[in-house]
Design a protein around this ligand. Structure first.
Ligand SMILES: [Zn+2]
Length: 90
């Protein structure tokens, strides 16, 4: 068991154990994102769905996946992102 400090909410939490299928980003996300914030991104009607709808992303497309990745980094407040995350759900 290991604990991480979440870059988004600042809380200390148990590291996400399940496979997130993020490829190269998997380690970085697990080290910096708590399960609650991950859920906020992935749950139905969550931030990921909002981004896909708002930017009309085609995830079969390289550019669409790239935009989603950038938005995800921005959402989780990970470094090296040049986009701003805007929550259009409110
Ligand atoms: Zn968090």
């Amino acid at each position: 068991m290991s604990e991480i400090q979440c870059a988004k909410c600042g809380k200390t939490a148990e590291m996400i154990a399940e496979n997130l299928f993020l490829g190269k980003l998997e380690k970085e996300v697990k080290k910096n994102v708590c399960p609650a914030c991950w859920n906020e991104w992935t749950r139905p009607g969550g931030a990921k769905t909002m981004v896909i709808n708002e930017y009309q992303l085609n995830l079969g497309d390289e550019g669409g996946r790239e935009t989603l990745k950038k938005q995800m980094r921005a959402f989780f407040m990970l470094p090296d992102t040049d986009v701003e995350f805007k929550d259009y759900r409110h």
